[in-house]
Design a protein around this ligand. Structure first.
Ligand code: NDP
Length: 245
Protein backbone atom coordinates (compact mmCIF):
# COMPACT_ATOMS: atom_id res chain seq x y z
CA UNK A 1 0.00 0.00 0.00
CA UNK A 2 1.26 3.47 -0.86
CA UNK A 3 0.16 6.55 1.03
CA UNK A 4 -0.85 9.53 -1.12
CA UNK A 5 -1.37 13.06 0.14
CA UNK A 6 -3.65 15.12 -2.11
CA UNK A 7 -4.05 18.86 -1.49
CA UNK A 8 -7.28 20.45 -2.72
CA UNK A 9 -9.13 17.13 -2.67
CA UNK A 10 -12.55 18.69 -2.03
CA UNK A 11 -13.38 19.21 -5.71
CA UNK A 12 -12.31 18.90 -9.34
CA UNK A 13 -9.01 17.23 -10.19
CA UNK A 14 -8.06 16.52 -6.55
CA UNK A 15 -11.38 14.82 -5.83
CA UNK A 16 -11.09 12.78 -9.05
CA UNK A 17 -7.54 11.73 -8.10
CA UNK A 18 -8.85 10.42 -4.77
CA UNK A 19 -11.58 8.40 -6.51
CA UNK A 20 -9.39 7.00 -9.28
CA UNK A 21 -6.51 6.05 -6.96
CA UNK A 22 -8.93 4.46 -4.47
CA UNK A 23 -10.31 2.30 -7.30
CA UNK A 24 -6.82 0.83 -7.85
CA UNK A 25 -6.91 -0.68 -4.33
CA UNK A 26 -3.21 -0.01 -3.69
CA UNK A 27 -3.31 3.46 -2.18
CA UNK A 28 -4.17 4.92 1.25
CA UNK A 29 -5.41 8.49 1.04
CA UNK A 30 -4.58 11.61 3.04
CA UNK A 31 -6.96 14.28 1.82
CA UNK A 32 -6.92 17.96 2.71
CA UNK A 33 -8.64 21.22 1.71
CA UNK A 34 -10.43 24.06 3.49
CA UNK A 35 -13.91 22.51 3.07
CA UNK A 36 -13.77 19.60 5.51
CA UNK A 37 -17.45 18.69 4.99
CA UNK A 38 -16.78 18.04 1.31
CA UNK A 39 -13.84 15.80 2.21
CA UNK A 40 -15.98 13.84 4.66
CA UNK A 41 -18.64 13.29 1.97
CA UNK A 42 -15.94 12.14 -0.45
CA UNK A 43 -14.54 9.74 2.14
CA UNK A 44 -18.02 8.27 2.65
CA UNK A 45 -18.56 7.90 -1.10
CA UNK A 46 -15.19 6.23 -1.69
CA UNK A 47 -15.51 3.88 1.27
CA UNK A 48 -18.99 2.79 0.24
CA UNK A 49 -17.48 1.66 -3.09
CA UNK A 50 -14.15 0.43 -1.64
CA UNK A 51 -14.71 -0.39 2.05
CA UNK A 52 -11.08 -1.33 2.69
CA UNK A 53 -9.68 1.97 1.42
CA UNK A 54 -8.05 3.82 4.34
CA UNK A 55 -8.69 7.55 4.27
CA UNK A 56 -7.73 10.35 6.67
CA UNK A 57 -9.08 13.81 5.91
CA UNK A 58 -8.31 17.12 7.52
CA UNK A 59 -8.99 20.79 7.05
CA UNK A 60 -6.06 22.84 5.82
CA UNK A 61 -5.37 26.17 4.19
CA UNK A 62 -2.15 25.72 2.20
CA UNK A 63 -1.39 29.44 2.56
CA UNK A 64 -0.86 29.07 6.32
CA UNK A 65 2.65 27.83 6.99
CA UNK A 66 2.18 27.73 10.78
CA UNK A 67 -1.01 25.71 10.41
CA UNK A 68 0.74 23.23 8.10
CA UNK A 69 3.66 22.86 10.51
CA UNK A 70 1.30 22.21 13.43
CA UNK A 71 -0.89 19.79 11.48
CA UNK A 72 2.12 17.83 10.20
CA UNK A 73 3.50 17.50 13.77
CA UNK A 74 0.15 16.15 14.93
CA UNK A 75 -0.50 13.67 12.12
CA UNK A 76 -1.47 10.29 13.60
CA UNK A 77 1.50 7.88 13.76
CA UNK A 78 0.04 5.62 11.05
CA UNK A 79 -0.08 8.55 8.61
CA UNK A 80 3.43 9.88 9.12
CA UNK A 81 5.02 8.07 6.18
CA UNK A 82 4.04 9.44 2.81
CA UNK A 83 4.95 7.99 -0.59
CA UNK A 84 3.25 10.38 -2.97
CA UNK A 85 2.42 14.06 -2.73
CA UNK A 86 -0.02 15.54 -5.25
CA UNK A 87 0.34 19.33 -5.05
CA UNK A 88 -3.04 20.11 -6.57
CA UNK A 89 -4.60 22.95 -4.53
CA UNK A 90 -4.75 26.06 -6.65
CA UNK A 91 -6.92 28.72 -8.21
CA UNK A 92 -7.23 31.39 -10.81
CA UNK A 93 -9.17 34.48 -9.81
CA UNK A 94 -10.01 37.64 -11.71
CA UNK A 95 -9.11 37.31 -15.39
CA UNK A 96 -8.49 41.01 -16.09
CA UNK A 97 -5.85 43.02 -17.88
CA UNK A 98 -3.06 43.89 -15.45
CA UNK A 99 -4.10 47.56 -15.31
CA UNK A 100 -7.49 46.49 -13.87
CA UNK A 101 -6.09 43.74 -11.65
CA UNK A 102 -7.14 43.35 -8.04
CA UNK A 103 -4.28 43.08 -5.58
CA UNK A 104 -6.29 40.76 -3.32
CA UNK A 105 -6.73 38.35 -6.27
CA UNK A 106 -3.02 38.50 -7.07
CA UNK A 107 -2.11 37.76 -3.44
CA UNK A 108 -4.55 34.81 -3.26
CA UNK A 109 -3.11 33.23 -6.42
CA UNK A 110 0.53 33.75 -5.45
CA UNK A 111 -0.04 32.63 -1.85
CA UNK A 112 -1.94 29.48 -2.87
CA UNK A 113 -0.34 28.37 -6.13
CA UNK A 114 3.27 29.19 -5.32
CA UNK A 115 3.84 29.73 -1.61
CA UNK A 116 1.30 27.07 -0.57
CA UNK A 117 2.90 24.49 -2.84
CA UNK A 118 6.31 25.35 -1.40
CA UNK A 119 5.16 25.14 2.24
CA UNK A 120 3.45 21.77 1.70
CA UNK A 121 6.44 20.36 -0.16
CA UNK A 122 8.94 21.55 2.46
CA UNK A 123 7.04 19.94 5.34
CA UNK A 124 6.21 16.73 3.45
CA UNK A 125 9.67 15.80 2.13
CA UNK A 126 10.90 14.60 5.57
CA UNK A 127 7.89 12.23 5.71
CA UNK A 128 8.79 10.79 2.27
CA UNK A 129 12.40 9.95 2.97
CA UNK A 130 11.78 6.32 3.91
CA UNK A 131 9.62 5.59 0.88
CA UNK A 132 10.89 3.48 -1.98
CA UNK A 133 8.27 4.96 -4.30
CA UNK A 134 8.57 8.63 -3.38
CA UNK A 135 6.97 10.87 -5.97
CA UNK A 136 5.84 14.50 -6.04
CA UNK A 137 3.28 15.49 -8.67
CA UNK A 138 2.74 19.20 -9.20
CA UNK A 139 -0.32 20.50 -11.00
CA UNK A 140 1.08 23.00 -13.45
CA UNK A 141 -0.92 24.17 -16.44
CA UNK A 142 -0.76 25.18 -20.08
CA UNK A 143 -0.65 28.59 -18.36
CA UNK A 144 2.81 27.61 -17.11
CA UNK A 145 4.02 27.17 -20.67
CA UNK A 146 2.27 30.05 -22.43
CA UNK A 147 0.73 33.41 -21.55
CA UNK A 148 -2.79 34.26 -22.74
CA UNK A 149 -4.81 37.50 -22.71
CA UNK A 150 -5.69 38.59 -19.16
CA UNK A 151 -3.93 35.53 -17.71
CA UNK A 152 -1.02 37.62 -16.36
CA UNK A 153 -0.68 36.72 -12.65
CA UNK A 154 -2.19 33.22 -12.91
CA UNK A 155 0.21 32.45 -15.78
CA UNK A 156 3.07 33.83 -13.68
CA UNK A 157 2.18 31.50 -10.78
CA UNK A 158 2.05 28.48 -13.09
CA UNK A 159 5.35 29.47 -14.74
CA UNK A 160 6.71 29.55 -11.18
CA UNK A 161 5.33 26.04 -10.59
CA UNK A 162 7.07 24.93 -13.80
CA UNK A 163 10.39 26.35 -12.56
CA UNK A 164 9.90 24.83 -9.10
CA UNK A 165 9.15 21.40 -10.58
CA UNK A 166 12.41 21.51 -12.54
CA UNK A 167 14.31 22.74 -9.48
CA UNK A 168 12.80 20.06 -7.23
CA UNK A 169 13.81 17.39 -9.72
CA UNK A 170 17.45 18.51 -9.42
CA UNK A 171 17.40 19.03 -5.64
CA UNK A 172 15.60 15.79 -4.82
CA UNK A 173 17.66 13.56 -7.08
CA UNK A 174 19.90 12.61 -4.14
CA UNK A 175 16.86 11.51 -2.15
CA UNK A 176 15.47 9.40 -5.02
CA UNK A 177 12.21 11.35 -5.05
CA UNK A 178 10.62 11.51 -8.51
CA UNK A 179 9.08 14.83 -9.54
CA UNK A 180 6.47 15.23 -12.29
CA UNK A 181 4.55 18.17 -13.65
CA UNK A 182 1.07 17.57 -15.07
CA UNK A 183 0.02 20.52 -17.20
CA UNK A 184 -3.62 20.48 -18.26
CA UNK A 185 -5.46 22.68 -20.70
CA UNK A 186 -9.13 23.33 -19.98
CA UNK A 187 -10.61 21.01 -17.34
CA UNK A 188 -14.27 21.49 -16.41
CA UNK A 189 -14.30 21.88 -12.61
CA UNK A 190 -15.22 24.60 -10.10
CA UNK A 191 -12.05 26.35 -11.29
CA UNK A 192 -13.80 28.31 -14.04
CA UNK A 193 -16.54 29.67 -11.80
CA UNK A 194 -14.03 30.71 -9.13
CA UNK A 195 -11.94 32.41 -11.83
CA UNK A 196 -14.95 34.56 -12.75
CA UNK A 197 -16.00 35.05 -9.11
CA UNK A 198 -19.26 33.12 -9.41
CA UNK A 199 -20.29 34.52 -12.82
CA UNK A 200 -21.67 31.23 -14.21
CA UNK A 201 -22.38 32.65 -17.70
CA UNK A 202 -18.80 33.83 -18.18
CA UNK A 203 -17.54 30.54 -16.76
CA UNK A 204 -19.66 28.44 -19.15
CA UNK A 205 -18.69 30.58 -22.16
CA UNK A 206 -15.11 29.42 -21.77
CA UNK A 207 -16.14 25.92 -22.89
CA UNK A 208 -18.39 27.04 -25.74
CA UNK A 209 -17.69 25.02 -28.89
CA UNK A 210 -15.27 22.57 -27.35
CA UNK A 211 -15.36 19.55 -25.08
CA UNK A 212 -13.11 20.24 -22.09
CA UNK A 213 -11.22 17.60 -20.13
CA UNK A 214 -12.75 16.21 -16.95
CA UNK A 215 -11.04 15.86 -13.58
CA UNK A 216 -11.16 12.11 -14.17
CA UNK A 217 -9.21 12.47 -17.44
CA UNK A 218 -6.37 14.09 -15.49
CA UNK A 219 -6.64 11.68 -12.54
CA UNK A 220 -6.31 8.67 -14.86
CA UNK A 221 -3.15 10.17 -16.36
CA UNK A 222 -1.74 10.73 -12.86
CA UNK A 223 -2.51 7.10 -12.00
CA UNK A 224 -0.60 6.05 -15.14
CA UNK A 225 2.38 8.27 -14.22
CA UNK A 226 2.44 6.68 -10.75
CA UNK A 227 2.33 3.18 -12.22
CA UNK A 228 5.65 3.46 -14.10
CA UNK A 229 8.55 1.33 -12.85
CA UNK A 230 11.05 2.85 -10.37
CA UNK A 231 13.64 3.72 -13.03
CA UNK A 232 11.12 5.58 -15.25
CA UNK A 233 10.00 9.13 -14.55
CA UNK A 234 7.62 11.17 -16.67
CA UNK A 235 9.02 14.65 -16.11
CA UNK A 236 6.30 16.72 -17.70
CA UNK A 237 3.01 16.06 -19.44
CA UNK A 238 0.97 18.66 -21.31
CA UNK A 239 -2.59 17.36 -21.56
CA UNK A 240 -5.04 19.27 -23.74
CA UNK A 241 -8.63 18.83 -24.88
CA UNK A 242 -8.41 17.72 -28.51
CA UNK A 243 -10.41 20.76 -29.62
CA UNK A 244 -8.38 23.36 -27.69
CA UNK A 245 -5.86 25.30 -29.83
P1 NDP B 1 -11.22 23.29 -8.32
O1 NDP B 1 -11.59 24.69 -8.01
O2 NDP B 1 -12.30 22.32 -8.65
O3 NDP B 1 -10.34 22.67 -7.13
C1 NDP B 1 -9.36 23.42 -6.47
C2 NDP B 1 -9.07 22.76 -5.14
O4 NDP B 1 -8.04 23.52 -4.48
C3 NDP B 1 -10.27 22.72 -4.23
O5 NDP B 1 -10.35 21.44 -3.66
C4 NDP B 1 -9.97 23.76 -3.17
O6 NDP B 1 -10.49 23.33 -1.91
C5 NDP B 1 -8.45 23.73 -3.14
N1 NDP B 1 -7.90 24.97 -2.61
C6 NDP B 1 -7.98 26.22 -3.13
N2 NDP B 1 -7.39 27.11 -2.31
C7 NDP B 1 -6.93 26.39 -1.25
C8 NDP B 1 -6.25 26.73 -0.06
N3 NDP B 1 -5.91 28.00 0.22
N4 NDP B 1 -5.93 25.76 0.81
C9 NDP B 1 -6.26 24.47 0.55
N5 NDP B 1 -6.91 24.08 -0.56
C10 NDP B 1 -7.24 25.04 -1.44
O7 NDP B 1 -10.16 23.40 -9.52
P2 NDP B 1 -9.34 22.28 -10.31
O8 NDP B 1 -9.59 20.94 -9.78
O9 NDP B 1 -9.58 22.54 -11.74
O10 NDP B 1 -7.86 22.75 -9.99
C11 NDP B 1 -6.89 21.91 -9.42
C12 NDP B 1 -5.50 22.33 -9.91
O11 NDP B 1 -5.42 22.18 -11.32
C13 NDP B 1 -5.17 23.80 -9.61
O12 NDP B 1 -3.81 23.89 -9.21
C14 NDP B 1 -5.34 24.48 -10.98
O13 NDP B 1 -4.54 25.62 -11.11
C15 NDP B 1 -4.89 23.35 -11.92
N6 NDP B 1 -5.38 23.48 -13.29
C16 NDP B 1 -6.73 23.54 -13.56
C17 NDP B 1 -7.16 23.70 -14.86
C18 NDP B 1 -8.61 23.79 -15.20
O14 NDP B 1 -8.93 24.17 -16.36
N7 NDP B 1 -9.55 23.45 -14.32
C19 NDP B 1 -6.21 23.77 -15.98
C20 NDP B 1 -4.83 23.67 -15.59
C21 NDP B 1 -4.45 23.53 -14.28
P3 NDP B 1 -11.16 24.26 -0.79
O15 NDP B 1 -11.86 25.38 -1.50
O16 NDP B 1 -12.08 23.32 -0.07
O17 NDP B 1 -10.01 24.70 0.06
Amino acid sequence: MRTVLITGASSGIGEACAEVLASELKYRLLLCARRLERLKELKKKIQSAYPTCEIFCFELDVRENNEIEKTWKNLPAEWREIDILINNAGLSQGLEPIQNGDIGDWDRMIDTNVKGLLYITKHTIPLMERSEAAHIINLGSIAGKEVYPNGNVYCATKHAVDALTKAMRIDLLEKGIKVTSIDPGMVETEFSEIRFKGDKKRAENVYRGLKPLSGKDIAEIIAFVLSRPAHVNINDLLVMPTAQA
